[in-house]
Structures are given as structure tokens and as C-alpha cells.
Unconditional design. Structure first.
Length: 139
């Protein structure tokens, strides 16, 4: 499946979603995508939150024809919070796939950007500390 199709799926999946600063959410996966060094990694990056944050499933993406390499990366990047998955178990799982590691490190860096927030709160600082610890685990 093509990068163009992945971008279209991500744009549809994140329609009307906003980030913490109220900006269109699709810009986040696009920023990650342009940092990647292969088409598979670019596809995984743009799709990295689709399963977690929309009605799309891994089976839906499989039916779209995405490669096992992309599907495995997206699976590793999907936090199963609704299933009770601990954040650190999720980070360990993300660290089990080479593409997922690249995407997650870019994701963490993007999420650490204080310019993405209207103002940085104490809660944000706690989240930033967790992200910095996750970066160390994946590096």
C-alpha cells in the first residue's frame, strides 16, 4: 500500500481531532512522517495513532494492503490503555521493533515540544519527565 493512502487514512481518522494547543492533530503524525528514512517507516509514522485514537483496527489496515512490517510497527506503537496496559510495558513493546523505535523516539520528541501547548502546567511537566525516561529506555 502507498504512502498516499496512509496519509489519507490518517487524515480521515484524525478528522476534527485537536492537539493540546487546539491545533489540527494530523500535523503531529505528518511531522513524524517527514523525519523517517524509509517508506515503511513513513507509513508507520503517519498511521502510528490511527488504531489507538480512531475506529480503525489493525485488521482494517491489513485489508488495505499494508505490509506486515508496517502493521507490526503500528501494533507496537498502539498503547493498549483501554486493556489496562501499563505505560512502561507499552514502551518496552515499542522497543521491540526497529521501525517502532524510530517512530516512538520522534513521537516523544514532538510531544516534548512546549510550543505545542498553550501553557506548560505541572501536569505537563510530569508527562515530560515520563517522556524523557521513555526516550532513555528506547535510545
Amino acid at each position: 500500500m502507498t504512502l498516499d493512502r496512509a496519509i489519507a487514512i490518517a487524515a480521515e481518522a484524525h478528522t476534527d481531532q485537536k492537539d493540546k494547543a487546539g491545533i489540527s492533530y494530523i500535523l503531529h503524525p505528518i511531522r513524524l512522517m517527514i523525519q523517517m528514512d524509509s517508506e515503511e517507516a513513513m507509513i508507520a509514522a503517519v498511521l502510528h495513532d490511527v488504531v489507538e485514537d480512531s475506529v480503525w483496527t489493525l485488521d482494517d489496515l491489513r485489508r488495505e494492503g499494508f505490509s506486515d512490517e508496517v502493521l507490526n510497527a503500528v501494533d507496537c506503537l498502539t498503547h493498549r490503555e483501554g486493556e489496562g496496559e501499563d505505560y512502561w510495558d507499552y514502551i518496552k513493546r515499542a522497543g521491540s521493533d526497529p521501525i517502532a523505535i524510530k517512530v516512538k523516539l520522534a513521537d516523544l520528541l514532538d510531544n516534548l515540544n512546549p510550543n505545542r501547548l498553550d501553557k506548560v502546567t505541572e501536569e505537563d511537566e510530569k508527562r515530560f519527565e515520563r517522556y524523557r525516561k521513555a526516550q532513555k529506555m528506547l535510545s
